[in-house]
Design a protein around this ligand. Structure first.
Ligand code: NAD
Length: 250
């Protein structure tokens, strides 16, 4: 029997890229009921339909995570229509390449709202149910940019560093409730986001900096997240797992 056959998994940003790959993995290999949260309604529905067509269980919840009231409405709907999540993957994120002197306050605030505040609100909400049941898994999708600075990454890198600190803060308080809170820090992965950030010739420059001389695939991240969401990772919490082809080690 798949290990998560009675588990409910909430995955943000699951209409595209890494999040969609994680949703497919948890639904189709591990047997979880997946809640696909995204602001892109059509792409989210398409992701859910393709999981159902392959024999998995999925439902779509459309929400703009920049809006804290919309986050709360989405969480209440999932509790009422599906049940309280056992697994949460905070994957949705936004990025931009903007020099420090040009960085607008409006983009800073939007980046913090989506990349930091939404995960905080979601974890705080689901922790109550996880604590009551004595089991839970939270995985936050950060970035190597949260560990190592890069040109143009003022808002993005700061938000991902905050997400790593938030991971450790929740982890220490949730540890005695049977709940683990961990992060993955992907290196460059072939998704729509990375095409937008690393377009043109910079793609090749970045690849040359990679010890493995390649970008990662979405499945590379999904495998790592599935492990941190599994029964087998129960003694790991507050950890950041770099999945970056050796980039941070170099
Ligand atoms: P992606 O652009 O393919 O997917 C991101 C998804 O998040 C999209 O479906 C988008 O609609 C959704 N989203 C964005 N803002 C939202 C909002 N306000 N409300 C609801 N949904 C929203 O990106 P990806 O590359 O799969 O990135 C997923 C995560 O991985 C992000 O947190 C990103 O920072 C992180 N990451 C990606 C890379 C990479 O190279 N692709 C590297 C390191 C970290």
């Amino acid at each position: 029997m798949p290990q998560h056959s009675s588990r409910i998994a909430l995955i943000t940003g699951a209409a595209s890229g890494i999040g969609r790959s994680v949703a497919e993995r948890l639904a189709l290999q591990d047997g979880a009921m997946v809640c696909i949260v995204d602001r892109e309604a059509d792409a989210a529905r398409e992701a859910a339909h393709s999981i159902e067509a392959a024999g998995g269980r999925a439902q779509t919840f459309v929400a703009d995570l920049a809006d804290s009231a919309a986050v709360q409405r989405m969480l209440n709907r999932i509790d009422a229509e599906i049940g309280m999540p056992d697994i949460v993957i905070n994957n949705a994120g936004i990025a931009a390449t903007i020099p420090v002197l040009d960085y607008p306050l409006s983009h800073w605030q939007l980046t913090m709202a989506v990349n930091v505040t939404a995960p905080m609100l979601i974890i705080q909400h689901v922790l109550r149910g996880m604590k009551a049941r004595g089991w839970g898994r939270v995985v936050n999708v950060a970035s190597i940019s949260g560990v190592r600075a890069g040109t143009g990454r003022l808002g993005y890198g700061t938000s991902k560093a905050a997400l790593l600190a938030l991971t450790r803060q929740f982890a220490v308080e949730a540890a005695e409730w049977g709940v683990t809170v961990n992060a993955v820090a992907p290196g460059p992965i072939e998704t729509p986001m990375v095409k937008q950030m690393h377009g043109g010739s910079s793609t090749d420059i970045y690849r040359d900096m990679m010890p493995m001389r390649r970008y990662g695939a979405v499945a590379d991240i999904a495998h790592a997240i599935a492990f941190l969401a599994s029964e087998n990772s129960g003694f790991i919490t507050g950890e950041t797992l770099a999945v970056d082809g050796g980039f941070l080690a170099s």
